[in-house]
Ligand binder design. Structure first.
Ligand SMILES: Cc1cc2nc3c(=O)[nH]c(=O)nc-3n(C[C@H](O)[C@H](O)[C@H](O)COP(=O)(O)O)c2cc1C
Length: 183
């Protein structure tokens, strides 16, 4: 190996994050959808995710305390790119991206029908870090497409063709194709 020493772009040395769309509700009833890199598990039922404070997503979460996480696969990659654009807050990204809503079971914010898995979340606390805030939330309910349930009950990310961003902010994605066991 011949390693180059670097002092910038350090967080890009561990990459490939599955993409999610976070749905929130604006006070005027507009359903907001923003694209984000996947969350971090912080306990068996809680997640943490860094969200830019100027985003509509952040502001709506702080106002309502609720949001849904919607998992993106290859079939709706373009829709996720659209939800990543800066669209005025009185317009729903879902309509522009041709995505549709379904009611959640435990919270008032809807889930996205076309997404292969969805999690209903309630805000718990945050840690403000410069431009972003690290939001910690409790996962209270979930939905998963039956044909993509793995043997452990979770999402089969290979079969469902979940997309991983591998060059953000470039719109460069990959799917997983070669799972292997290490014994
Ligand atoms: C693939 C992808 C990943 C993104 N990941 C993040 C992220 O992790 N955190 C963040 O604050 N913004 C992220 N963004 C940018 C937001 O999607 C963008 O700021 C968007 O306008 C937010 O929408 P909103 O204002 O409706 O909440 C990402 C965008 C894309 C396309």
């Amino acid at each position: 190996m011949a390693k180059k020493y670097i002092e910038s772009g350090l967080t890009n040395l561990v990459r490939a994050r599955p993409i999610i769309i976070i749905v929130t509700l604006h006070p005027d009833g507009t359903i907001n959808a923003g694209t984000f890199g996947a969350y971090t598990n912080v306990s068996g039922s809680e997640i943490g995710i860094a969200i830019g404070k100027p985003s509509h997503t952040y502001r709506n979460i702080k106002r309502t305390g609720e949001f849904t996480i919607n998992v993106v696969n290859k079939a709706i990659a373009k829709a996720a790119e659209i939800c990543g654009r800066d669209i005025p807050e009185n317009q729903s990204e879902l309509e522009i991206a041709n995505l549709h809503c379904e009611n959640s079971r435990k919270i008032s914010v809807p889930i996205i029908k076309e997404c292969i898995a969805n999690i209903e979340c309630r805000y718990k606390k945050e840690v403000e870090i410069n431009y972003h805030s690290f939001i910690i939330a409790k996962c209270v309910a979930g939905h998963i497409e039956e044909k993509f349930i793995a043997s452990d009950g979770g999402l089969d990310v290979v079969k469902s063709q979940v997309i991983f961003n591998i060059g953000y902010p470039e719109p460069l994605y990959a799917t997983l194709e070669n799972p292997f066991l290490v014994r």
